[in-house]
Design a protein. Structure first.
Length: 226
C-alpha cells in the first residue's frame, strides 16, 4: 500500500517572512538538531520552511495509514543535513522524502516506508528529473521503489480557486503519465484525504495535494515497475 504526502511553501507569502513566526515558534516546532541546522544555514528562513514542509508532508503520508494521528510538528524528526533528500522519523514510522525548490517556493514529497531494514537505516538519496518546467519525476534509491511524479504551478489569477486548480493539475499529470483520459478521472475524499478514481474504480497509486500563497502542488506515487 502506497502512502505519499506533499507540502508547499510560497517563500514570498507574508506568512513565510523571517519576522512572521512567533519568537518561540522554532522551539515549539523543531528538534534541537533541526534548530541547529537552521541556525547554521546561510538562508535560515528557507531552511526553516523546508523542515516545516518535510514535517507536513510526512504527516499527510502517515495520516493515511493511521487516521488517529495528529500533527505535532516536533514529533516528526528530520535528519540533520537536508538537501534534495531526507528521512523523517515519527514514532515507529520511517519516511523518505525529496525536496524540490526554486527561488520562489519549496515543495516536499514524503513516502512512507512499509518495510524498514532491521538496522533501521536506509539510503535517503533521490534522483530528481525535471520533465518539464513545472513537472518532476522522482526516483528513490534502491530496488523496487515506487515512481513518484510531482508538479508545482503558479496560481492562475487571483480569482482562481487553488483547490480547483490543483485537482486539474493532478488530472493532467495522471493522464499524461498513464494515458488515461483526464475526463475519466475523479476525486473523492476518504476522511479529509483526497483519493483518485478512474472510471469509478480504484486507482493503483496514491496522491497528495497542496497549495500555499500563489502556488499549487500535486504529487502521485505509482507502484514500482514489475
Amino acid at each position: 500500500m502506497l502512502h505519499v504526502g506533499n507540502d508547499l511553501v510560497d517563500l514570498a507569502d507574508p506568512e513565510s517572512q523571517p519576522e512572521r513566526p512567533h519568537r518561540r515558534f522554532d522551539q515549539r516546532v523543531f528538534t534541537p538538531v533541526e534548530r541547529n541546522e537552521i541556525a547554521r544555514d546561510m538562508d535560515s528562513n528557507r531552511a526553516r520552511w523546508t523542515y516545516w514542509a518535510l514535517k507536513e508532508a510526512a504527516y499527510k503520508a502517515v495520516k493515511k495509514c493511521d487516521s488517529r494521528v495528529r500533527f505535532s510538528p516536533i514529533q516528526y524528526a528530520c535528519d540533520a543535513a537536508v538537501r534534495s533528500s531526507a528521512t523523517v522519523h515519527f514514532q515507529n514510522h520511517l519516511l523518505r522524502a525529496a525536496v524540490i525548490e526554486s527561488a520562489q517556493w519549496v515543495c516536499t514529497v514524503a513516502l512512507l516506508i512499509t518495510r524498514v531494514p532491521e538496522d533501521g537505516t536506509i539510503d535517503p538519496s533521490v534522483r530528481i528529473e525535471a520533465v518539464t518546467e513545472d513537472e518532476y519525476r522522482l526516483q528513490f534509491a534502491g530496488n523496487n521503489q515506487p515512481i513518484v511524479y510531482a508538479a508545482v504551478q503558479p496560481l492562475q489569477g487571483i480569482a482562481m480557486d487553488p483547490s480547483v486548480q490543483v485537482r486539474q493539475l493532478g488530472k493532467r499529470i495522471i493522464g499524461k503519465v498513464t494515458g488515461i483520459d483526464p475526463h475519466h478521472i475523479t476525486y473523492v475524499k476518504r476522511g479529509r484525504m483526497p483519493e483518485l478514481r478512474v472510471n469509478g474504480g480504484q486507482f493503483s497509486g496514491d496522491i497528495s495535494l497542496s497549495h500555499h500563497g500563489h502556488f499549487v502542488a500535486f504529487s502521485c506515487a505509482f507502484p514500482a515497475p514489475e
